[in-house]
Design a protein around this ligand. Structure first.
Ligand code: HEM
Length: 486
């Protein structure tokens, strides 16, 4: 095949790419030199805003396959037949760091998957931890600011980090996971994904359940210890990107098995925690995991910017028979993601190929125009809905016994109670089964908090003493060794 011909962005063939039009041989440049101006002006505009969180990430395509019949729980078409396959795109990420930050940072990992189904795109925008730091969504920007940089010093700041967390103790379950070695996964391949939130799935009869989804890594869970993660952050900040890309390129395709936990409305009323509380897990013994699928990542993107940077996931991108629950953090996320995509990528972000639903599925007559409209803009078809413009509207089974909410608009802050520590304590007790993991949790906290002021350290000792007195004491001992008090 002949090599491609070099042109400017207008397609005009250019014989000499490095030539610039000058007055005489060494004089000033000419404004008429479109080739130079075109080239510099495009370069000047190469950057788009990075994601406000989850800026550093890696992505790959793959395939999801239904392994077990689940039609008694959910009516979505892509799950209606055992063996049915759906193309997917998954993006993994860290949360707090900038686009060039280290992959092995202590941080939750994002695990977002887009399913290109025949009923539109389903985005499952999950993390590698089954719980989260907050359950009041208005805390999210405050919380994230404390994990990022101090506005004055522009440094990561152990004081504001722990000041926030100890002031908001509903965070303790997630913080205990984060400071265990699970906070530094060995790779994106060797970690699980969790919905965290409760969602609502219904079947074609209209019967609905609350659900939590788990993607369990078929590679098993592997973690780094604090020092290994720190060393890799220096020697190879793109460690996880390299691991994912090279494994897929070598044909060593990672896979995950998908499970669902279900609860009826009656079970939810009787549960010892609220299903809308994102800081709590559903114990597996009480709510068993039911397998329904498996997915494999088997294709690297050809272009990182086009496919990974421009990927736009949103919990609001859903398909028939899958709905959000009333979890307030989830409800807020339904707004926030598409809002940020419109800012980051533009009003027509769903036309970008990686975000585009399966060809031919989108028909919404009034959604026209806007910046970067590149798909033909629905041609000559009417740009409004009316009786002279016949359109088919698909109906779904209405849910039976729907949730009913009553009451005046009420400001509600879901304040922490003594209950917050119970599941964190249970987690700490489980860690005993894994060699050194209780000690690593104490060590990982101590190393981090030793950079904080004494008054903040004291609050951290108290916070973890409520998880377990032995943990609080171990953190106190090592912190004071690392940062002796005068
Ligand atoms: C009120 C709470 C939250 C808000 C306001 C929020 C907001 C955001 C925003 C604005 C982004 C950047 C999206 C983009 O630019 O494309 C993002 C990314 C992300 N969030 Fe959240 N988030 C919240 C909680 C959560 C929770 C609880 C989870 C997991 C259970 C989560 C998982 C993710 C993931 C995986 C990404 C990266 C998506 C990607 O790979 O592009 N977030 N979030």
């Amino acid at each position: 095949m002949a090599p491609p011909q070099f042109t400017n962005s207008n397609g005009q063939p250019i014989p000499e790419p490095f030539a610039t039009q000058r007055v005489g041989q060494h004089g000033p440049l000419l404004l008429q030199d479109f080739n130079l101006i075109d080239s510099l002006a495009h370069f000047d505009r190469e950057r788009i805003p990075e994601r406000v969180v989850h800026a550093k990430g890696s992505g790959a395509y793959g395939v999801f396959e239904v392994t077990d019949d689940i039609t008694d729980i959910v009516g979505s078409a892509f799950l209606d037949t055992v063996g049915k396959k759906t193309r997917i795109f998954t993006r993994f990420s860290t949360v707090g760091g900038e686009a060039g930050s280290a992959d092995t940072a202590r941080d939750p990992r994002g695990f977002a998957t887009k399913f290109y189904t025949e009923e539109g795109n389903l985005d499952l925008v999950y993390n590698n931890t089954p719980v989260f730091f907050i359950r009041d969504p208005s805390k999210f920007p405050h919380f994230i600011h404390t994990q990022k940089r101090n506005p004055e010093t522009h440094l990561k700041d152990a004081n504001m980090f722990w000041d926030y967390l100890t002031s908001n103790p509903e965070s303790v379950h997630q913080v205990s996971i984060l400071f265990s070695d699970r906070g530094t996964p060995a790779s994106y391949r060797e970690m699980n994904g969790y919905s965290g939130h409760t969602y609502k799935w219904s079947n074609k009869k209209g019967e609905w359940h609350y659900v939590q989804v788990h993607f369990i890594s078929d590679q098993g869970i592997k973690t780094l210890n604090n020092e290994e993660a720190g060393a890799l952050a220096g020697s190879n900040p793109d460690y996880a990107q390299e691991d994912l890309f090279k494994n897929i390129a070598a044909g060593n395709f990672p896979s995950w098995t998908a499970y669902v936990q279900t609860m009826t409305a009656e079970q939810a009323k009787a549960a010892p925690f609220s299903v809308f509380d994102l800081t709590k897990v559903w114990p597996h013994g009480d709510y068993p995991l039911r397998r329904f699928g498996k997915f494999t990542l088997n294709e690297n993107p050809k272009n990182y910017f086009a496919e990974v940077e421009q990927a736009a996931f949103s919990p609001a991108h859903t398909v028939p028979y899958m709905e959000p629950s009333a979890d307030p953090v989830l409800q807020s996320r339904l707004f926030s993601y598409s809002d940020t995509h419109r800012h980051r990528l533009g009003a027509n972000y769903t036309q970008i190929p990686v975000n585009c639903p399966v060809t031919g599925r989108v028909y919404n007559p009034h959604m026209r125009d806007g910046a970067m409209n590149v798909n033909g803009n629905l041609g000559a078809t009417p740009n409004y809905l009316a009786t002279s413009n016949p359109i088919e509207f698909r109906e779904y089974a209405l849910q039976e016994d729907q949730e009913v909410w009553h009451g005046a608009a009420t400001p509600f802050h879901w304040k922490a109670t003594d209950d917050e520590w119970k599941q964190a304590t249970a987690l700490y007790n489980v860690l005993k089964k894994y060699p050194n993991q209780q000690a690593h949790l104490a060590h990982n906290v101590a190393v981090h908090v030793s950079a904080a002021d004494a008054s903040i350290q004291d609050r951290v000792f108290e916070y973890f003493t409520k998880v377990h007195p032995e943990l609080g004491a171990a953190i106190r001992k090592e912190t004071l060794e690392l940062s002796p008090r005068k």
